[in-house]
Design a protein around this ligand. Structure first.
Ligand code: PEP
Ligand code: MN
Length: 262
């Protein structure tokens, strides 16, 4: 179970050499979407050099509009896996439904997106796997509902759950979402599961990603997931919130001054 009362010690999730939730700060970085083999490989090399330890890249994209880029699907996963091999870095990608699960065999962490946080059938299916699941908080879900969704995965047999606060809908529209840092502090008390913050989707504005990343560190998050693109102006998805390679490197420099990286 996810609660501290039954399991007081922090859960550490092992992904290759990376120990998420071990008191160090884990940085996941990469583009919103995998676009080409060259793009994902060059971003992988660069973010690893800057200090990221896990590469993100979406292949199945839950877009608001059906006419927007939907991701490369299986081909995207192939490119992501080839970057994993070339650069020696674990990978994370989002699964959108049960039928896609077999395609994720070589993906190190399976991401459940905000829009699927309460897709209970999907949660039960990933609960049958052994590999780590990163569960994002739903757009309009309470902390209690978030923890219950983690519970679904754990009750099905998979205790390797990483939580991710990615901003919630509020009356405020000046930022894409409202980053709920209070929830991060609360979750650190309530659960032994690691909790990451995704400032990119939370704020939606590139210049505000570094301050919120540092806020996540200050509030006690176990790490962050950041969108990074080699050419944000040309990104097929979420360019406005993506850092370029230099901006990410600068952010990592500031983080390294403050904390030991995992
Ligand atoms: C993502 O991380 O690619 C994503 C779609 O985020 P969210 O599910 O938080 O909107
Ligand atoms: Mn995105």
């Amino acid at each position: 179970a996810a609660g501290r009362t039954v399991h007081p010690d922090d859960t550490i999730i092992k992904v290759g050499d990376v120990n998420i939730g071990s008191g160090t700060f884990t940085v996941i970085a990469g583009p919103c979407s995998v676009e080409t083999r060259e793009q994902i490989t060059m971003v992988a090399k660069s973010v690893k050099k800057s200090g990221a330890v896990i590469l993100r890249g979406g292949a199945f994209k839950p877009r608001t509009s059906p006419y927007a880029f939907q991701g490369l699907g299986k081909e995207g996963l192939d490119y992501l896996e080839s970057a994993k091999e070339a650069v020696h870095i674990p990978i994370i990608s989002e699964v959108m439904n049960q039928t896609q699960i077999p395609l994720f065999e070589n993906v190190d962490i399976i991401q459940i997106g905000a829009r699927n946080m309460q897709n209970f059938d999907l949660l039960k299916e990933v609960g049958k796997l052994k590999k780590p699941i990163l569960l994002k908080r739903g757009l309009c879900n309470t902390v209690e509902e978030f923890l219950m969704s983690a519970e679904y995965i754990m009750a099905s047999g998979n205790e390797n759950v990483i939580l991710c606060e990615r901003g919630i809908r509020t009356f405020e529209t000046a930022t894409r979402n409202t980053l709920d840092l209070g929830a991060v502090a609360l979750l650190k008390e309530k659960t032994h599961l690691p909790i990451l913050v995704d400032p990119s989707h939370a704020v939606g504005i590139r210049s505000l990603v570094p301050p919120l990343a540092k806020a996540a560190l200050a509030v006690g998050a176990d790490g962050i997931m950041i969108e990074v693109h080699n050419n944000p102006a040309k990104a097929l998805c979420d360019g406005a919130q993506s850092l370029d390679l230099d901006q990410f490197d600068n952010l990592m420099g500031e983080i390294k001054k403050r904390v030991a990286l995992e």
